[in-house]
Design a protein around this ligand. Structure first.
Ligand code: FAD
Length: 435
């Protein structure tokens, strides 16, 4: 528990901003290491959040946190993914059991309100003080060894002051610290927006494929179709900004009209009912120029977010919390190890988004579509691709030579079709321009 100093200022060892997957994971791990941890969350759980498809690489993290069983109870088993190109009438199934490392054959699709509630309760169970309905509104990062001071505003407007030895920013796309430090940069190589909602009565695949995520390409981007365990289906369109900007009707009408542009998806939703408001979100490709500084670090989306096409966000957020908690521990308990731990943290923060980005930037090009729709396991390229799709990028699975071979093949294929590639490059630069 936190302590109150004579001045009415509350003191804690680690103050965590935000109780999404990154913040709740970091708070749980640091509380388990014996620190006084205070997690401030502006919403109250359960609260809606987008990002419902997990990766197999999430499962070992859930085990280590001690919540694997609880997530199993709310999750829909996801054994794979399918990519569908309606224009070419082609489809390709990927099953995680065929990845390089066969020990991670499935993941889950989850309602984030339930998943995030499990994680934040776990942080409290392990001893973190969790304060919901309160927003971190300002920070003074202090000078040299002076403690960090944070202002917290409760729902009734009351402001309290906190002192912390360490600040962990896990505020997600609010990017609290990156805004304060002015370190947030728009991604110049990618730019997209999204529209999404939940349906009941969507047509599902049978058997093991029921929990697959389906990705449909269409002229203005791509769709996801994510079946949840309670019968609901999350559907989203990730579109180029110009397309969202062209909207002249209410957002739910625009969403349904967008779905109609993708006949195989529209058919699966023919007897389905939209059960939620449709939400739209834009401009979400960014990163911070720094991941840490004296007495603070940035986790998950508070540091970077590129695009959801490979469902990597929650895994990257939770992984950043594991590496981040070790770095915080080193800074507070073993300063001699702090530099190396922070270097390792920074390396991990940059490498995750980087590995996915290469694929994300190219996923709508004809050459990448071709390779995803007709994968070949020459030089174990398909297994390596599947490992990447499973999020198995931080462990010791030796996929990297095969990933390089995949990239070389992509480049070769682009060179063999120069006109098609030039057209795709031109189109891409038009698609990502800010509007
Ligand atoms: C359209 C779209 C689709 C996506 N689909 C997927 C998917 O299928 N799979 C996947 O893995 N990822 C997906 N993602 C990404 C995923 O949602 C995020 O990567 C993930 O939620 C990041 O976790 P986080 O803990 O860093 O941030 P968040 O989950 O956003 O949590 C941040 C928390 O901080 C709180 N907060 C913010 N500011 C403050 C403040 N000042 N004070 C106190 N609390 C604060 C917020 O209320 C929130 O609860 C998607 C993202 C988008 C935009």
């Amino acid at each position: 528990m936190s302590g109150r100093s004579g001045s009415g200022v509350q003191a804690t060892d680690v103050l965590v901003v935000g109780g999404g997957p990154a913040g709740s994971t970091a708070a749980a791990l640091l509380a388990r290491k014996g620190y006084r941890v205070t997690l401030i969350e502006k919403a109250r759980h359960p609260r809606f959040h987008i990002g419902e498809s997990l990766l197999p690489a999430n499962l070992p993290l859930l085990e280590r946190l001690g919540v694997a069983q609880q997530v199993r109870e709310i999750g829909m088993q996801k054994w794979g993914a399918e990519f569908i190109c309606p224009r070419e009438r082609r489809q390709q199934d990927y099953r995680f059991c065929e990845a390089w490392n066969k020990s991670m054959p499935y993941a889950y699709q989850v309602r984030r309100s339930e998943f995030d509630r499990i994680l934040i309760h776990n942080a409290a169970r392990l001893g973190a003080e969790v304060i919901e309905g309160a927003r971190v509104s300002a920070v003074d990062l202090g000078q040299q060894s002076a403690p960090i001071t944070v202002q917290v505003q409760a729902e009734d407007g009351a402001v309290s002051t906190w002192r912390a030895r360490f600040l962990v920013d896990a505020s997600g796309r609010d990017t609290f610290l990156a805004n304060t430090l002015q370190s947030k940069r728009r991604n110049r190589q990618h730019n997209s927006a999204a529209l999404f909602g939940h349906f009941s009565g969507a047509r599902r695949h049978a058997g093991e494929r029921e929990g697959h995520i389906s990705i449909y390409w269409f002229d203005h981007g791509w769709f996801w179709f994510i079946p949840l365990s309670d019968g609901a289906t999350s559907v989203g369109a990730v579109v180029w900004p110009y397309y969202l900007k062209s909207r002249s009707v209410p957002v739910h009408e625009f969403f349904l009209a967008t779905i109609a542009l993708c006949p195989p998806l529209a058919q699966r939703l023919a007897n389905a009912t939209l059960t939620t408001e449709v939400e739209a979100t834009g401009n979400y490709s960014y990163s911070s120029t720094r991941s840490h500084g004296e007495g603070y670090l940035l986790l998950g989306d508070a540091y970077a977010f590129i695009d959801p096409v490979f469902s990597s966000g929650v895994m990257l957020a939770m992984n950043s919390a594991f590496v981040g908690a070790d770095a915080v521990d080193a800074c507070l308990r073993a300063p001699a190890r702090a530099r190396a731990a922070l270097r390792e943290f920074d390396r991990s923060m940059r490498s995750g988004p980087r590995e996915f980005s290469w694929f994300i930037y190219r996923v709508t090009t004809p050459a990448m579509r071709e390779m995803l729709l007709a994968p070949r396991n020459l030089l174990r390229m398909k297994e390596a691709l599947l490992s990447l799709l499973a999020g198995d990028i931080f462990g010791s699975t030796p996929i990297w030579k095969s990933v390089r071979a995949f990239k070389m093949t992509y480049r070769l294929s682009s060179l063999l079709h120069p006109r098609r590639s030039a057209r795709a490059a031109r189109r891409h630069s038009i698609n990502i321009r800010p509007v």
